[in-house]
Design a binder for this molecule. Structure first.
Ligand code: GLC
Length: 435
């Protein structure tokens, strides 16, 4: 298997743990119609401040969030410390636009970090490069509530992007020095344009920011959105599943698909495209089968709770992980030579030398595995450790095949399966490979 690109940050635990929780939580939970609502509806500050004045997550108990994540089998979490709206969850000394100054009346980030650490999850901070509230963030024609304003030039008078960059770096310093060991730093996002009208590494002073991050937290895993060609650890495909192991310049890289339960990252009351449990479990398996991770997002409500639709799906994923997590943790893409059977995905644990066949569509009686002949010592259903017969077709059945098909079955291994699909979201067959 060709070598994976080395990372400056420590991705050893990341490539083992595979499954994390993204959390998008901010003032946008109150309009409850997407975290980009201020941009989408071009809401001016004076109107958006209504949400600041009424943000009161009185039912907020981060320990419940952390337990839901841990019970789902998640091993790390990434929280939006500040999203594009500019509102900060922690008691930053660099702004008044923060949770302690709302009716919430307190730092909301600190108890969250503590609760997730108590559930043994690693800590990740998402931090928006974009800021629709800061007085020195230069308004551009692409993104933000004022992007279409005819008086944009007038509004930009006095704005100094380098002062915003200083603020950005100052808050990153706060986040990396005031909350203990941070394992992931997830900046979002650059949008450089040919004509300079967008925002990229110059606007964030990304090179300087990268140096600061590496100085304060050399181990931290950094995502790929600072508009720097090589200063990143993970690629972050979003809202799609890559068809194969993600590569950059032909080389395999560490990667993580970030996905939502529904069509919105922030809480969206009326958005109904919630993925089924089957889809969600299959997305996790699919990511690992291609050497990647899945970061699955929850958007908590303005009362400070995970909504029931998210809780139900997390619980169902946890039920599957309870009996199948060893086909996820410590696993990666199967070695070359093992062809993926129809309607399946393969994952492989190099330490235990076990290969896992995740059956997305339960076949009648037989599963044909090309490239497996002679390589498997024993097979069992993972959910109950019941043996699966490595037994090919009967002679009379083989004789019904033509010569070409008979030849093909010689190099394949045939598993004889119970007719009835095991009562689990995605059945998994554990194959103990011969040494
Ligand atoms: C996109 C969305 C942003 C979200 C991010 C998560 O950039 O615009 O709202 O936070 O994806 O990856």
């Amino acid at each position: 298997m060709d070598k994976v690109r080395k990372t400056a940050g420590d991705t050893s635990w990341f490539m083992r743990d595979r499954f994390g929780m993204f959390i998008h939580w901010g003032l946008y939970a109150q309009p409850a119609r997407h975290e980009w609502v201020k941009h989408n509806e071009q809401i001016p500050d004076e109107r958006y401040d209504m949400y600041f004045r009424h943000f009161d997550p009185d039912l907020y108990k981060p320990e419940l969030w952390a337990k839901a994540a841990a019970d789902a089998g998640m091993k790390y979490f990434v929280i939006t410390t500040k999203h594009h709206e500019g509102f900060c969850l922690w008691d930053s000394k660099l702004t008044d636009y923060k949770a302690p100054n709302t009716p919430a009346g307190r730092d909301l980030l600190r108890p969250m970090v503590q609760a997730f650490r108590e559930e043994n999850l690693r800590v990740g901070f998402y931090h928006s490069l974009i800021d629709w509230h800061h007085p020195h963030y230069v308004i551009d024609p692409h993104i933000g509530p004022y992007r279409n304003r005819p008086d944009r030039a007038q509004m930009n008078k006095g704005r100094d992007q380098s002062k915003y960059a200083k603020y950005l770096h100052g808050q990153v310093r706060e986040l990396l020095t005031q909350f203990g060991k941070v394992d992931i730093l997830w900046f979002d996002f650059s949008y450089p344009k040919e004509d300079g009208s967008g925002k990229g590494h110059k606007d964030w002073q990304s090179e300087k920011l990268y140096a600061l991050v590496r100085k304060l937290a050399p181990h931290v895993i950094l995502d790929d959105r600072l508009d720097l060609p090589d200063a990143w650890d993970i690629k972050t495909p979003e809202q799609f599943q890559p068809r194969e192991w993600v590569r950059v310049n032909g080389q395999r890289v560490v990667w993580e698909a970030c996905q939502t339960f529904s069509g919105s990252w922030g809480y969206h009351r009326d958005e109904t495209s919630w993925k089924s449990v089957d889809q969600l479990v299959q997305m996790l398996i699919d990511s690992v089968s291609k050497g990647g991770n899945l970061l699955l997002n929850v958007g908590p409500t303005g009362r400070g709770e995970f909504d029931q639709r998210a809780l139900d799906r997390l619980a169902a994923m946890g039920a599957w992980m309870k009996r199948h997590s060893r086909s996820i943790y410590g696993c990666t893409q199967a070695p070359d030579g093992f062809q993926t059977p129809q309607d399946c995905r393969l994952t492989y644990n190099p330490q235990t030398n076990r290969l896992y066949v995740h059956v997305f569509a339960w076949p009648f009686m037989h599963l044909h595995l090309d490239g497996f002949a002679g390589k498997v010592e024993y097979a069992q259903l993972l959910n109950d450790a019941s043996e699966v017969a490595i037994k090919g077709l009967a002679d009379w059945q083989v004789h019904q095949l033509d010569a070409k098909a008979r030849e093909k079955t010689k190099n394949s291994m045939v598993l004889t399966l119970p007719v009835k699909k095991p009562d689990v979201t995605v059945p998994v067959i554990e194959l103990f490979l011969k040494k």
